[in-house]
Design a binder for this molecule. Structure first.
Ligand SMILES: [Zn+2]
Length: 252
């Protein structure tokens, strides 16, 4: 088996590629937890992995928000992992926990790790303007794009041109904070699909809500069903694979 992608939930995927096990934006619990009580994000679906967090070789983190860089969960993960982060604050937090192999990356940085290469690609953090990157993984003749919770921007076209992407993992829930869209809506994500030109797209970053009082500011209503309809409208027939938490997709 050369590529296996399992949805844990939200932006967290467990990927097996080139004999290495990779996790994206680790958040394995039901809620994001302290110290982020105000937004208190919680899942509508149970996470697809329960109990011990599996041991991994690589951890890819798009940005520092706790639904993507969950310190409670990172404290439960193996410190031997090679970690990729978007800023020095994240590196310091991980260093204090005992992680030793932490790479702060900027768009187009690339690191070869034997059977797998990791490249950072541009992304837009829309809420606070914090550093955010996406990632492209290459291994076993496959290329996988991961976009954390990026806003829509023009750069998808270039990412699609530089890499012939096999599988794209794109956020779709259209998070609005104080009425401003900060993560791609289903329609914007459909346009990203059109520009990325991936063979298969798996939506993520949906079915997470904020409870009161954060719910007054934070709304996320986009669903994978809306995304599928918008892709059909914007791109025509394009392969979309919707996974439930715990389900996986694989290519031999
Ligand atoms: Zn997010």
């Amino acid at each position: 088996m050369s590529l296996r992608i399992q949805l844990v939930g939200h932006a967290t995927f467990l990927i097996e590629l080139g004999g290495q096990r990779i996790v994206t934006d680790p958040w394995f619990a039901d809620r994001i937890g302290i110290p982020f009580r105000f937004f208190n994000l919680r899942r509508s679906d149970s996470p697809g992995v329960s109990g011990e967090i599996p041991s991994v070789d690589l951890i890819l983190c798009s940005h520092r928000h706790a639904d993507h860089f969950n310190l409670n969960d990172l404290a439960r993960m193996n410190r031997s992992a090679e970690v990729f982060v978007a800023d020095k604050w994240m590196k310091r937090k991980l260093g204090a926990m005992g992680y030793r192999n932490v790479n702060v990356v900027r768009p187009w940085d690339k690191k070869d790790l034997g059977s797998v290469a990791v490249s950072a690609v541009p992304a837009i953090e829309g809420a606070e303007g914090l550093p955010q990157v996406g990632y492209v993984l290459e291994g076993s003749g496959k290329k996988i794009y991961f976009g954390g919770d990026t806003a829509y921007f023009e750069g998808f076209e270039e990412i699609g041109m530089r890499y012939q992407i096999d599988v794209a993992l794109v956020p779709v829930d259209g998070v609005k904070i104080l009425g401003r869209t900060v993560t791609m809506t289903p329609t914007q994500a459909a346009w990203a699909v059109r520009q990325l030109k991936a063979k298969i797209t798996i939506p993520h970053h949906y079915h997470v809500t904020s409870s009161f009082p954060g719910s007054l500011l934070h709304k996320a209503t986009g669903t994978p069903e809306q995304f599928r309809r918008e892709v059909l409208r914007v791109c025509g027939e394009t392969a979309i694979q919707v996974l439930k938490p715990g389900e996986h997709f694989q290519i031999a």
